[in-house]
Structures are given as C-alpha cells and as structure tokens.
Design a binder for this molecule. Structure first.
Ligand SMILES: Cc1cc2nc3c(=O)[nH]c(=O)nc-3n(C[C@H](O)[C@H](O)[C@H](O)COP(=O)(O)OP(=O)(O)OC[C@H]3O[C@@H](n4cnc5c(N)ncnc54)[C@H](O)[C@@H]3O)c2cc1C
Length: 592
C-alpha cells in the first residue's frame, strides 16, 4: 500500500469510528467552531437529591471500609490486592456502581461513580486502577452494548464482585494503534461459534477475571475485508492460556497486569457484544468511561498530595522557618491547590455530559484524561520536592505515589495520541466547512453554492462575534469576558491553521499540540468558572456574609489564560523547524 492509499485508509477508518450517527453539538465541538455552548457546562451540574443521599451513605460506608481494611503500602509490597478488600468493595457497591439495579448494581450515575472513585484514588492507586479495569472498562461494553439476555446472564455476579471483569484490547502490534488488532476470530461453518486465536498483553485483571471483553478481528460477510468485533470470553474456555498472571512492574503493583493467549478457543456467537465489526467503536466508547474515572482517581490523588504538602510545609523547619514561609514552596502549594480545584471541576462536568445524554463526548473525555494525568504528574513531583530527601524512602507514601502516577499518561490512550486526537477531531467541523467553501470556489455548482454559503456564514459569524460566557456572579464577569475573548482568538487560530496548512495539518503534531493544549485549558477554565459561579451563588442564596476564599480558582484562571495565550502565540512564534531538523538529524532521517 502506498502512502496516499495508507492515508486514505486511515481517514476512512477514523471516519467510520468517530463520526457515524447523529451529532449534537457538544461543548468541545462548539469551542472549535468558535461558540460557547453554555447549556452543557453552566450552571455547574449537581447530583440530584435522591442520588446525593445515596452517595453520602455510600461514601460513609466506603470511607469506613477503606480506613479499616485498605493498606496501600502492603498492597504495593505484596503486589496484590487481598481478596477481602475486593469483597468489601463489592459489598459497598463500588464494583457495580453504575450497573442497573435489576442486574444487581447500584444504578448510580457517572457523576456519583466519579465521587466514589475519587475517594479510592485518594488512598490507593492500585485499588482505583483495579476498580477502573473491572467496572469502568471491564464490564462497560456489556453495560452499554449487551442485550438483555447477556446482561441477565453475566451482570449479577460481576456487579457484586463475585466475578471480576477485564478489558483486553492491547497486543504486541496493537498498542496506540488500536485498530491494528491481530487476534483472529473465524466463524465455524454453521456460524454458531467463532474460533479465536492470538495473544493479548498488558491486560489489567487478566489473571483474576472470570469474564473478559476481548477485541478480535472477524471477516466481514460479503467482502474480503476484516473488522474488529468485541467478544465475551471466560478463562474456563478450552484453549484460554494464561501466559503471565502478574507482570512485575514499576507502579500500581497491586494490580494484576497479565498476558494471555487464545488457542483455537471456541466462542458462541451469542458472546458477541455490540454489532459485528463495530468492535473499535465499542472499545472507544468503553474507554470514554475509563477516561472519565481516570480523571476522578487523579483528582483524589492530587488532593492527597496537596494535604501532604500542606502538613509538611507547616511543620518542617529549615533556616528557622517553616518551609511554607518560602515563596518557592508557596508557589508549588498554590499551583497544586489551583490544579486540584480544576481537576475536580473538569471531572464533574465531563461525567455530567455522560449522565445528561450528550451523544458524543469523546473530545471532552480525552481532554479530561490528558489534562488530569499531566497535572497529577506535576502535583506528585511538587509534593515530592517539598518533602526533599524524606520523600525517597519507603516509610512515606510519596515514592509509591510517584511510581503509581506514571501509568496515567500512558494507559487508556497515551497522552500524545490523545492530544493529536483532540485537535484533529475538534478541527473536523470547521475543516469541513472550509472544504465546502474551497470546493465551491474551485468547482461552482448550484447545489454546492447553498451549502458553501451556509458554511461561509457560520465561519464569518464565529469570526466576528466574541462568545458570551454567561456567569451569574458579578465578581466573575471580568474572567468570563476574558474567556470569551480567548475563545474568539482560539477560533481565529484554528481557522488560520486550517486555511494555511490544509490537509498536511493531519500530520503536523506540533501545531496539533498547541491547538489541543489551548482547547484543554479553555475547557478547564470553563469548568472552573462554572464551579466557582455555582459556589458563589450558593453562598449568596444561603445569605453567607463571609467572603468565600476563591484564591485557588482565581489563580487557576489566571494561569490557564496565560497558557492559552502562550499556546496560541506559539503557532506563529516557535522553533518547530529547528526542532524537527535536530530530531531528524539525530534519528538519521532526511531533513524535511
Ligand atoms: C500497567 C498497565 C496496565 C494496562 N492495562 C490495560 C488493560 O487493562 N487493557 C488493555 O487493553 N490495555 C492495557 N494496557 C495497555 C495500554 O493501554 C498501552 O500500553 C497503551 O495504549 C500504549 O500502547 P503501547 O504500550 O503499545 O505503546 P506504543 O503504542 O508503542 O507507544 C509508545 C509511545 O509512543 C508514542 N506514540 C505512539 N503513537 C504515537 C502517535 N501517533 N503520535 C505521537 N506519539 C505516539 C507515545 O509517546 C507512546 O507512549 C495497560 C498498560 C499498562 C502499562
């Protein structure tokens, strides 16, 4: 296959994967069009009173259970989460939190689920990743795409934790390139079964799960093409071979990350999840949920880091002062507080998009994943520095937290791949409008004219109008106006990049990184502003006279706005050419 054909295939694959079905304009897509789609982000979402009461009760139980039974250091040392901890999480309801009550779950929303995951993420990353692997992704395809019969058969035991789930996409040749799944699934002659062959690696819970959602490549009837399909597999099926139950690793050591092979495993047709050949769509939708709870777990961990940093900075003395009296320590603590506030706001709003039925939230979940995992890495690094030499030793939790946090930037879509994804999927809307206009100019026709006119008016509208960011609190109007102007500048930058670079922008990752970076900070700022507005309004309604301390939110907005300006400025003022030339020289590639 030559380069052009390969590119066409990639585009076709992405189109099939991402853009099938009706598309309501969500917040992120609106942003890329130059609009502020406020309905999805303002007012700040609240958990309905009945669910809040259930959540409060569950949180009390969960905290008590974790306080009494969870020992993160021991889990790390033993590289195992004890069965009684898993059973306890099942009893509290965490392992089937969002599964419908009729299938033995708690019927919670994603917002409630995120609050539970934040609580676990505060204490132990191994445990939160284990819960994610089982509940956010392991049983998610069954929850989202399973038939009533499949749910009835499999979910009751999975919802309570009596059985555990896993999600198996990754293979040697299919890591970031998830579409390149090589595991084969061929139908038997009567079509009643599929025979599966291949290997999966790096699968969380592979060795302890009783039900695995496995992605394999099936022939497409009536064509010579193949496509990925999702199957439910159980390890008692003949031919299921566990190659390694627990691969020794850097962090989240309590999780069982394993490898397995399927050798002529005969799987009944009724174990297919979702439509045949739509396994990649299934996988991406599943990962949307995983990325949302990643945000919650990172928020929990960031809050713990902040608390540890404050405790140490207020007690440890050097040069006759507590560390908290030094500006360079204060700077770290302030940034941690600002980021933790933003991470929580962003997680809450993203989860609410799922709960409120936005059809396509892929960009928002990707933004949440990249943003919160990058922030947590900074936060862990900062608290580590504040503790100095003591952070290095195993009697404190910091070296473990540092090791544990590293997986977040790699798992469930590496941050580089997702950064590119955010920019390209976001720019698709305005890109199509420009294409319409361009094609009409090159080859005018009556049919094209009306579409091009609509596209042109839309682009023009976004270019001349600064979006209104509708906050209710007077004291936030200044920030809201600045955010509106930055969205306008962002839209201008996106349009300019599309006009200047056209199709080659698909390969220009340094441009994509700046556009995605600005979009992420615009989303994060919006979430912070929305949360701050809601808190101020709540205080006003309750007649609170004491001014709220919103210094962390205020700092976040200032720093975020500065980053956005830097990202956008970097589109025209950068060292990209020199950087690429250096990399090409070092990699032994021709200079482009
Ligand atoms: C502890 C752990 C648990 C895991 N659990 C699961 C699980 O439960 N289920 C499952 O299916 N998988 C799981 N994974 C796999 C995980 O999702 C993959 O590791 C991840 O998707 C990256 O794939 P890879 O490791 O093959 O890296 P590669 O695809 O080889 O990528 C390596 C690096 O190359 C860069 N890169 C790759 N592609 C691009 C690109 N297009 N543009 C720019 N840079 C790029 C990125 O920096 C990336 O980090 C787990 C992994 C680990 C380490």
């Amino acid at each position: 296959m030559n380069k052009v054909e390969a590119r066409q295939k990639e585009i076709q694959q992405a189109e099939e994967l991402l853009f099938a079905g009706p598309q309501a304009v969500g917040f992120a897509k609106g942003l890329f069009q130059g609009y502020f789609v406020s309905d999805w982000v303002m007012p700040y979402p609240r958990i309905p009173a009945t669910q809040q009461a259930e959540l409060d009760k569950t949180l009390i139980e969960l905290r008590q259970f974790l306080g009494e039974h969870l020992d993160p250091a021991e889990i790390d040392r033993q590289a195992d989460i004890p069965r009684d901890v898993i059973d306890g999480l099942g009893r509290v309801g965490v392992l089937g939190a969002t599964a419908p009550v009729e299938y033995g779950g708690r019927g919670f929303t994603q917002m409630v689920n995120c609050k539970l995951l934040e609580e676990i993420g505060r204490r132990c990353a191994s445990t939160s990743v284990f819960v994610n692997a089982h509940h956010s992704i392991g049983i998610r395809a069954l929850l989202l795409f399973g038939t009533h019969e499949q749910k009835q058969r499999w979910l009751p035991k999975l919802s309570t934790g009596e059985q555990l789930g896993a999600f198996a996409l990754t293979e040697r040749e299919a890591g970031s390139d998830a579409a390149n799944v090589q595991m084969q699934a061929h139908p038997t002659e009567d079509g009643a079964h599929f025979i599966l062959n291949g290997e999966k690696r790096y699968i969380t819970n592979a060795g302890i799960a009783q039900v695995l959602t496995v992605m394999a490549r099936t022939p497409m009837p009536g064509s010579d093409k193949t496509a990925v399909t999702a199957f439910l597999i159980t390890p008692d099926m003949p031919g299921f071979t566990l190659l390694e139950a627990r691969m020794p690793k850097l962090g989240i050591r309590g999780t069982a990350t394993g490898r397995f092979a399927l050798r002529d495993v005969k799987v009944p047709r009724e174990n297919i999840l979702g439509p045949m050949g739509k396994g990649l769509k299934v996988a991406l939708t599943v990962l949307d949920f995983g990325r949302t709870t990643f945000g919650a777990c990172c928020t929990g961990a960031a809050k713990t880091c902040l608390q540890l940093a404050v405790d140490h900075a207020n007690t440890r003395k050097q040069f006759n002062k507590t560390l908290g009296e030094f500006d360079l320590v204060k700077k770290k603590i302030a940034r941690m507080a600002a980021d933790a506030y933003a991470m929580e706001a962003m997680t809450t709003i993203t989860a609410s998009l799922i709960d409120r039925g936005l059809e396509d939230y892929m960009i928002e979940t990707a933004m949440l994943k990249v943003f919160t995992t990058e922030r947590l890495w900074e936060v862990v690094n900062d608290v580590f520095q504040i503790y100095g030499g003591s952070a290095y030793f195993v009697d404190l939790p910091l070296e473990r937290m540092l090791r544990d946090a590293r997986i977040n930037q790699i798992g469930e879509g590496s941050n580089e791949v997702l950064t590119s994804f955010i920019a390209l999927v976001g720019m698709r809307g305005p890109g199509m409008e420009f294409k319409e206009i361009y094609d009409t100019v090159m080859k005018p026709s009556r049919d094209r004219m009306s579409k091009a006119w609509a596209a042109g008016m839309n682009r023009l509208g976004a270019a001349i109008r600064v979006p209104d960011v509708p906050v209710q609190s007077e004291q936030l109007r200044g920030h809201a106006r600045k955010l509106g102007r930055l969205i306008w500048r962002f839209n201008f930058a996106v349009n300019r990049a599309l006009i200047i670079y056209r199709e080659p922008i698909l390969d220009m990752q340094l441009v994509q990184e700046r556009i995605a970076g600005a979009a992420m900070d615009l989303f994060a700022s919006t979430c912070v502003l929305s949360r701050q507005d809601a808190e101020l309004q709540f205080a006003r309604r309750n007649g609170d006279s004491a001014p709220l301390d919103h210094s962390a939110a205020d700092l976040f907005l200032r720093q975020s706005f500065r980053r956005i300006r830097r990202f956008l400025g970097g589109l025209t003022d950068n060292d990209d050419k020199s950087m690429l030339a250096t990399a090409n020289s070092v990699l032994g590639k021709p200079r482009s």
